[in-house]
Design a protein around this ligand. Structure first.
Ligand SMILES: C[S@@+](CC[C@H](N)C(=O)[O-])C[C@H]1O[C@@H](n2cnc3c(N)ncnc32)[C@H](O)[C@@H]1O
Length: 339
């Protein structure tokens, strides 16, 4: 049984997405958390799953030390020796800090026990949000009350193999970036996508920014040292328009073709979802970019099944393909990846 976490406002859309991906499989609604389902995870993409806990089991642990023992039992002898592993542990109950404090105490008890009995495991426990490599194992624990919850154990290379479903950020939550000098808050979407992908726009790279105005995506690319072709009907903020590494084109984003393959396509154009989906598939087929971050924007809630085409068509064209409703997204999802 796998556990798929939902945001409270998108749980019904995650349920629909799971039903479409695995018709006929039973979904168990875990109130306030998400859904448990026995579906095939290979190649599965779920835009509305905030995090996935593969092979999750329900746990009852009467005390902090019992939780620590339970976690150690579930990983000892299972995770490859002397290879890195990570622990994501968080509360999903109550208000205030009680749950958070309990998780910290469980973590402290676990460290104490490892120090006494399994020092090699303590040495290989790493604390980072970096994307998974094929050597890293992951244990996730979610407390639904002080004494109950779920544990999921993913020995290497499973977290890496399922990296389009399992976020390297605990609970799948990426803290929003902050930069008061950016032309708009939209830059948080670009930065979050980069973090989830584990790749940044880099110095010397080329970047096409479709639907670029007022310019916060171009601003990030320029700050990173890239050159940008910014395409929009409206100009970008004045300082960006003057930047020698930015070339502005007044053009229709859907008709624009780059003169040669670029390192990045970034696209945040306001358009019907089908148009943005078609644009991305066309750019992928024509191999016009090496990496991409594309927002798909929705008006209502009934257009989400359009994403199924994108999953089917785009994934095979990519070395890496992610489709996620970002923490920074409103009624949007973001497709990002490597061609
Ligand atoms: C959400 S804004 C982009 C924000 C931008 N990413 C930023 O960070 O500042 C969407 C932009 O898409 C542009 N747009 C909409 N349709 C377009 C089209 N067909 N061609 C070019 N730009 C278009 C709009 O003019 C608008 O500036």
């Amino acid at each position: 049984m796998h556990l798929f976490l939902a945001d409270p406002d998108t749980a019904p859309f995650l349920a629909d997405e799971l039903r479409r991906a695995a018709p006929g499989s039973a979904l168990r609604d875990i109130d306030g958390l998400g859904f448990a389902a026995d579906v095939n995870l290979d190649g599965l993409l779920l835009a509305f799953a905030r995090q996935t806990l593969p092979d999750a089991v329900e746990v009852h642990a009467a005390s902090i030390n019992a939780w620590a023992d339970r976690i150690i039992e579930s990983v000892a002898g299972i995770f490859p020796d002397d290879q890195p592993w990570r622990l994501h542990l968080w509360p999903q109950y109550g208000e205030g800090k009680a749950g958070q404090n309990r998780c910290e105490l469980i973590r402290a008890s676990l460290m104490e026990r490892l120090k006494k009995r399994r020092r090699h495991m303590l040495r290989s426990l790493v604390d980072t949000d970096a994307v998974f490599d094929c050597h890293t194992s992951l244990v996730q624990g979610v407390l639904t009350s002080p004494e109950t919850g779920w544990l999921s154990v993913a020995p290497a290379p499973r977290a890496y193999a399922l990296r389009s479903l399992i976020s390297s950020f605990p609970r799948g939550e990426v803290p929003l970036a902050d930069d008061k000098s950016a032309p708009s808050r939209a830059f948080t979407k670009l930065v979050e996508s980069e973090q989830r992908l584990g790749r940044q726009i880099e110095r010397g790279q080329t970047c096409v920014d479709l639907g670029a105005s007022p310019g916060s995506w171009s601003y990030v690319a320029i700050q990173r040292g890239a050159s940008v072709i910014a395409v929009d009907r409206s100009e970008l903020r004045e300082d960006l328009m003057r930047n020698p590494r930015l070339h502005f084109e007044t053009a229709d984003a859907f008709k624009y073709r780059p003169p040669q393959t670029v390192d990045w396509l970034v696209c945040d154009v306001i358009a019907a979802p089908q148009r943005s989906i078609d644009l991305l598939i066309e750019w992928l087929r024509e191999k016009r970019m090496r990496n991409f971050i594309v927002t798909i924007k929705f008006k209502g809630h009934d257009e989400y099944p359009l994403l199924d085409v994108l999953k089917r068509e785009a994934q095979p064209l990519c070395a890496e393909f992610h489709l996620t409703r970002l923490c920074a997204n409103k009624n949007e999802v973001c497709a990002f990846g490597v061609v």
